[in-house]
Design a protein around this ligand. Structure first.
Ligand code: PLP
Length: 376
């Protein structure tokens, strides 16, 4: 019997690790040798494949990795990655021991977690490194600025824990107006000064995401946490594209049927599209079961033969239909590009996001496991 995992996929995401490597090198050059590049590989590396991306990033200038959840860090360790991995969000008390077993750098904002970390690290003969997150204006996770010094004082007596990092996150660094971002940065600086005055030295202070890494060199501090720019995508169209990064992901499929429908034919569920005249159409085997948004029904387009083919009718779980009037001749098993370049034409993740009323982050991150990642 043949191995089904070797079958050629109908629909797949081609991940250009060469582009990713080059993006990392350019970003590292941009931030300079003194600043640590932390590669943000949470959510399966924004849909690109966490293990492969992490390896390529580490080989091309990144020194640390950052994930959102403890399980994501464990997954990277199990794949043999031994670089420092920061878990940026809350880790359940019940998972602290496993986190320490895997040498994950946990983020702590609560005393019970400090107690658990120090207790277990002591049992296994380690000093666990942790980072403290502060909320400078995101209104989400983190200690409030006034709580930070006393938190450090409460943590200080615990012998098997070392606070290696202090970090925060920007709410609107991707806007042209940087006033609020400067406010957040100043709060962060005030907290770091207060810690120093109280006798606490934190080796790695970090606050910049991609937008600030690109646009706000004064905010690079000791490390930058770069996600979207590493994938060659723009944090927003208001951020200076200071570094010529290239998109890493191309979403591809294959024409699964070609035919001409007579005038008056209704297409797909809900009969939302009726052909106004005889129309050549192709079937594209991609749907919301792949993470391709259903809201693209009658709105999106794909590339076939380097030409745009608009989606007609609803996007279903596994397939949709496109009008190929401008793409002929189209043959069975021709290549379809849903995100990326084909013969000089391009549909960017940003453009797909605009059709779907969302952001480029969600387009790549939303791709489900059924879409095989093919690394080139
Ligand atoms: C805490 C934190 N830091 C850094 C990042 C990376 O942001 P970006 O992808 O905009 O670089 C994220 C992503 O959402 C985040 O949640």
């Amino acid at each position: 019997m043949t191995d089904p995992s070797l079958a050629i996929p109908l629909t797949f995401a081609e991940i250009d690790l060469g582009a990713l490597a080059q993006n990392c090198r350019l970003l590292k050059q941009h931030i300079g040798p003194e600043v640590l590049l932390m590669a943000v590989v949470k959510a399966n590396a924004y849909g690109h494949g966490a293990v492969e991306v992490a390896r390529a990033a580490l080989a091309n200038g990144a020194g640390h990795l950052a994930v959102a959840r403890f399980e994501e860090g464990v997954h990277l360790r199990e794949a043999g990655i031994d670089a420092p991995i920061l878990v940026m969000n809350y880790t359940l008390l019940a998972n602290v021991d496993t986190g320490i077993d895997h040498d994950l750098t946990l983020t702590v904002t609560d005393l019970p977690v400090i107690e658990r970390v120090s207790h277990y690290a002591g049992q296994v003969g380690k000093v666990a490194q942790v980072h403290v997150k502060i909320d400078t204006g995101m209104g989400r996770y983190g200690l409030l600025p006034d709580e930070v010094v006393s938190f450090f004082e409460q943590a200080a007596p615990y012998p098997h824990i070392e606070i290696q990092g202090l970090f925060s996150h920007f709410a609107v660094s991707d806007l042209a107006d940087k006033a609020y971002t400067w406010q957040q940065f100043e709060i962060f600086e005030r907290v770091s000064d207060a810690l120093r005055a109280a006798g606490f030295q934190v080796p790695i202070c970090h606050i910049a995401n991609s937008a600030a890494a690109l646009d706000l060199p004064a905010m690079h501090l000791d490390a930058v946490r770069v996600g979207i720019a590493m994938y060659g995508l723009h944090p927003s169209d208001e951020v200076d594209p200071a570094v010529p990064v290239q998109p890493v992901l191309t979403l591809k499929s294959t024409v699964a049927r070609v035919r001409t429908l007579p005038a008056g034919t209704s297409i797909s569920y809900g009969r939302t599209y009726i052909t106004p005249q005889a129309m050549p159409v192709a079937l594209v085997p991609v749907g919301y079961g792949d993470g391709y948004p259903r809201i693209l029904s009658n709105r999106g387009a794909v590339l076939i033969n380097g030409q745009r083919a608009p989606i007609v009718g609803r996007v279903c779980m596994d397939q949709f239909v496109v009008d190929i009037s401008d793409c002929s001749p189209v043959a069975l098993e021709d290549e379809v590009v849903l995100v990326g370049k084909q013969q000089g034409a391009r549909i960017s993740a940003e453009e797909v996001a605009s059709w779907a009323n969302t952001i480029n982050y969600e387009i790549t991150t939303g791709l489900l496991p059924r879409v095989r990642r093919v690394f080139v």
